[in-house]
Design a binder for this molecule. Structure first.
Ligand SMILES: [Zn+2]
Length: 163
C-alpha cells in the first residue's frame, strides 16, 4: 500500500470502514478522526449505508444536527440496549412531573398563608391562630414568673442582715 503521509488523516468513518477518505467525503465534516467512537456507535446502531443515505437526503445545513442526534441516540442505545435514549427521556419526564407536584404544593401553601392574613415577612409558625387569640384574651402585663423569682432572690441578697 502507498504511504498516506501526503494525505490528511482520514475521517473517523473512512478509517473505521477501511476505505480512502476522498475529498468531499460526506462523513468527514461530522466524524473527525479524534472521535472514533462517535462513528463506531452510529455505525453499530444505524449502519453506515443508512447514515450515508440520510445525510444525502438532508440539506447541508441540517446535516450536523442530524449527525449529533444520531450520535446521541446511538450512544444511548449502546449503553442501554433496552430503552436507549427513551430511558433518559422518561427519567427526565418523571423528574419534571415530581418537580411540578412540588411546585403545586408550594404554591398552595403560599396561597394558604396569604389567606391567613399573616404579615408577609413572618415565617410560618405552628398554630398561629391560637397564639393570636391568646394575646387578645390576656395581654402580657406581668413579667414572666422566672424573672420575678430572680427579683425576689436579688432583694433577699440586698436586704440580708450583715452582722
Ligand atoms: Zn471520510
Amino acid at each position: 500500500m502507498a504511504s498516506s503521509s501526503s494525505y490528511n488523516s482520514p475521517c473517523a468513518a473512512c478509517k473505521f470502514l477501511r476505505r480512502k477518505c476522498m475529498p468531499g467525503c460526506i462523513f468527514a465534516p461530522y466524524f473527525p478522526p479524534e472521535e472514533p467512537q462517535k462513528f463506531a456507535n452510529v455505525h453499530k446502531i444505524f449502519g453506515a449505508s443508512n447514515v450515508t443515505k440520510l445525510l444525502n437526503e438532508l440539506p447541508p445545513h441540517q446535516r450536523e444536527d442530524a449527525v449529533n442526534s444520531l450520535a446521541y441516540e446511538a450512544e444511548a442505545r449502546v449503553r442501554d440496549p433496552v430503552y436507549g435514549c427513551v430511558g433518559a427521556i422518561s427519567f427526565l419526564q418523571r423528574q419534571v412531573q415530581r418537580l411540578q407536584k412540588e411546585l403545586d404544593t408550594a404554591n398552595a401553601d403560599l396561597i394558604r398563608f396569604a389567606c391567613n392574613d399573616l404579615p408577609p415577612r413572618s415565617p410560618p409558625r405552628s398554630s398561629s391562630s391560637s397564639a393570636s387569640a391568646d394575646e387578645h384574651r390576656r395581654p402580657r402585663l406581668l413579667p414572666p414568673p422566672s424573672s420575678s423569682a430572680a427579683a425576689i432572690f436579688l432583694s433577699a441578697l440586698l436586704f440580708s442582715p450583715m452582722d
